[in-house]
Design a protein. Structure first.
Length: 322
């Protein structure tokens, strides 16, 4: 027994020592960050800000590789299958990532288990907007108008996106008849809204804030847990009577399963250092994002808490990604 114990301790020492040595020399070559969404999307913009910051702190080039398609599944599987050495990472919108099994059949992985959380980066609120000529100034007035004019309000969204789910959940909760109009992307929906073809949209504050301030769209509520400083007169969804729509979007960095803890901790620390830098904070603010620094354990706890909330939204909305 003693010999077996000594052998086990020796093996542990070798493995632990190798992991520590790897972490001490990491990184010694460029790092690839896979983004499973289209270039120019909020996730892509945030990924590039984080990559630029990590390039400075790590002393190695950190480059972003967009891999859109399959509702994020293609890019995610690329990272899950990669070597767990810290040189291939995933940067994605967290809620959509966690909801993948509820949106698609036969995904082949569990996003809450089969990939390693590294660091949360940033996030923000969604905002419910309507056309400036629609005669409603609150969510309740919107619901009343929809009941009085069933099917007359067109709700535009990117197919299978978080705004799509928020709108369908609002329709289900308020028991209102609003016509759903899917688009390939949210930008197309906003363009058609400005053109008068649709009357309602959920979008990120990063995308819609300037249009709200210009008076081109009317904000009815934000999905944040508190009002936003940029639009303090706009109530929350909870204040508007829909607490189940108190949901924020957030973006995070992930690594392949079995990535050494020392590498994960190093990446986490460098992301947090960047998020606390005045330069990155200012660049995020310009893009409409708020920093979300969390250590590794805090992120794991956060992911565990977020997963059931967004899975419930996916179920209630009835949205499918197929």
């Amino acid at each position: 027994m003693t010999r077996r114990l000594l052998a086990a301790l020796a093996l542990f020492t070798v493995v632990f020592g190798a992991a520590q040595a790897t972490a001490q020399t990491y990184p010694n070559r460029p790092i690839r960050v896979v983004v499973p969404s289209t270039p120019g999307s909020p996730t892509d913009v945030m990924a590039r800000l984080v990559a630029q910051s990590l390039t400075t702190t790590l002393g190695q080039n950190v480059f972003v590789e967009p891999r859109p398609g399959g509702g994020g599944i293609i890019g995610t599987k690329t990272v899950i299958a990669a070597e767990p050495d810290g040189y291939t990472l995933l940067f994605t919108e967290g809620a959509k990532h966690l909801m993948t099994p509820a949106l698609y059949d036969s995904v082949g992985f569990d996003p809450a288990v089969d990939i390693t959380p590294v660091a949360t980066a940033g996030g923000g609120s969604f905002v419910l907007v309507v056309s400036s000529d629609l005669p409603v100034k609150s969510v309740q007035e919107l619901a009343d108008y929809a009941r009085a004019h069933p099917g007359k309000i067109n709700f535009g969204f990117g197919q299978g996106t978080l705004p799509h789910m928020l709108g369908e959940t609002l329709k289900h909760t308020a028991k209102i008849d609003i016509t759903s109009v899917p688009y390939k992307g949210g930008a197309q929906a906003v363009a058609d809204m400005l053109g008068g073809h649709i009357q309602m949209n959920f979008g990120t504050t990063a995308t819609l804030l300037s249009l709200i301030k210009q008076g081109k769209l009317r904000a009815l509520a934000v999905t944040n847990d508190r009002r936003l400083a940029e639009i303090p007169d706009v109530p929350t969804m909870a204040e508007s009577g829909f607490p189940n729509l108190t949901l924020r979007y957030w973006m995070a960095l992930w690594a392949p399963p079995h990535t050494p803890a020392a590498i994960v901790e190093k990446l986490n620390a460098d992301v947090i250092a960047g998020l606390k830098s005045p330069e990155l904070e200012a660049n995020m603010a310009k893009a409409g994002f708020e920093p979300m620094p969390m250590d590794v354990k805090a992120m794991a706890d956060f992911v565990a808490a977020e997963s059931p909330k967004w899975l419930a939204v996916a179920k209630t909305s009835g949205v499918r990604g197929d």
